[in-house]
Design a binder for this molecule. Structure first.
Ligand code: NAD
Ligand code: TYD
Length: 362
């Protein structure tokens, strides 16, 4: 039996995965099977607009469950796997690393093994067309000093957090499955994303919501850590490009050419919230809410991506600049109060208590 036109997406109910699935259908591509465990970070509401859409199949399940993954592959016969599922928050990996090793390392291994068995069963033509896109992060490269050149695809791996180490482990497995077995794996290493549907434990949505509610804005350390920000829809476009045009066995760095110090990001968010939701006359501007707090242990100083390879070889570059992307993002959170209320459940409140209550104010 030959392959279908469908793709299997893992972690499609999370932040980037749900943006990917929505943009996939917006571009009128083939069917999607979404395998997601619905951890605290997975939210079916992100994909509520797809309810009843015959192109979309949701399966609640674990990527570590080899039997389930194998049976899904045999039943749906996808032409590609796009692998997003992961534990993704650095601070949680410091508080409780175990789930990161399980999902990011063991889960990716289980998925690669099942993909290999399925791929081996295909005809030669289908094997040649099959793709496994492994979605990874720039954090595997470690930390840069201020004047260092940006991370390229040949920068040695030097992961510093349990999250980064678990993603590095999964990248190595993905590489080995191409090198040893010929499975057509492609890896993307992307910088920090922001945009709609991001769980508000990450910097940008956390700051937008706290600013809106007049709560303290907890900036770690001196606020001078630098991240390279990419609007999530640009990341989704990069992954679609790599899936369609990338060369198996290659890795592609994806970035926004938007390096910003955290404190500048937070100040810009304050100004945007002030503009879109003005405070009472005479009330203090939101910048007054900025509170420097005890740093994250092992906090990487700077990330920067050299994305010339994907531009040169595949023609991808970001469409959004940081200021316009951030404006869209702030507006999205202000206009989607129901979504926000629904994700700030007990699990969210527990995390905020765990991560911030005992953090000293500097
Ligand atoms: P996220 O935490 O928002 O979503 C992760 C999703 O995976 C959730 O829907 C969750 O339910 C699901 N999941 C977790 N464990 C699972 C398991 N065992 N089986 C099945 N599903 C499981 O993450 P995100 O920010 O959307 O990131 C997606 C991918 O992109 C991750 O692999 C991450 O490492 C990578 N990435 C993220 C960023 C970023 O800035 N967010 C940047 C570069 C790369
Ligand atoms: P985050 O969104 O957690 O992404 P990552 O750690 O994967 O880069 O954090 C982005 C930056 O913001 C990082 O340097 C840590 C910092 N940060 C704060 O200063 N305060 C916060 O409350 C959070 C969540 C992050």
């Amino acid at each position: 039996m030959s392959q279908s036109d469908s793709i299997l997406v893992t972690g499609g109910a999370g932040f980037i995965g749900s943006n990917y699935v929505l943009s996939w259908f917006a571009a009128d591509r083939g069917p999607v099977v979404n395998l997601d465990l619905l951890t605290y970070a997975g939210n079916p509401a992100n994909l509520a607009s797809l309810e009843g859409d015959p192109r979309y199949t949701f399966v609640r399940g674990d990527i570590c469950d080899a039997e389930l993954v194998g049976s899904l592959l045999r039943r749906h016969r996808p032409r590609a796997i796009v692998h997003f599922a992961a534990e993704s928050h650095v601070d949680r990996s410091i508080a409780s690393p175990e789930a990161f090793i399980r999902t990011n390392v063991q889960g990716t291994f289980a998925l690669l093994e099942q993909a290999r068995a399925y791929w081996t069963s295909l005809s030669q033509a289908d094997r040649a067309a099959f793709r496994f896109v492994h979605v990874s992060t720039d954090e595997v490269y470690g930390s840069l000093a201020p004047g260092d050149p940006a991370f390229s695809e040949t920068t040695p791996y030097a992961p510093n957090s349990p999250y980064a180490a678990s993603k590095a482990g999964s990248d190595h497995l993905a590489r080995a499955y191409f090198h040893t077995f010929g499975l057509p794996v492609l890896t993307t290493n992307c910088s920090n994303n922001y945009g709609p549907f991001q769980f508000p434990e990450k910097l940008i949505p956390l700051m937008i919501l706290n600013a809106l509610e007049g709560k303290p804005l907890p900036v770690y350390g001196d606020g001078m850590n630098v991240r390279d920000w990419l609007y999530v829809k640009d990341h989704c476009a990069a992954i679609r490009t790599v899936l369609a045009e990338g060369r198996p066995g290659e890795t592609y760095n994806v970035g926004g050419m938007s390096e910003r110090a955290n404190i500048d990001v937070v100040r810009t968010i304050c100004d945007l919230v002030d503009e879109m939701r003005p405070t009472e006359v005479d009330a203090a501007p939101r910048r007054m809410l900025i509170t420097y707090v005890e740093d994250r242990p092992g906090h990487d100083r700077r990330y920067a991506i050299d994305a010339r390879k994907i531009k040169r070889e595949l023609g991808w570059q970001p469409a959004e600049v940081f200021e316009s992307g951030l404006r869209k993002t702030v507006r999205w959170y202000l206009e989607n109060g129901d979504w926000v209320a629904r994700v700030r459940t007990g699990a969210y409140r527990e995390w905020i208590e765990k991560n911030y209550a005992a953090r000293a104010v500097l």
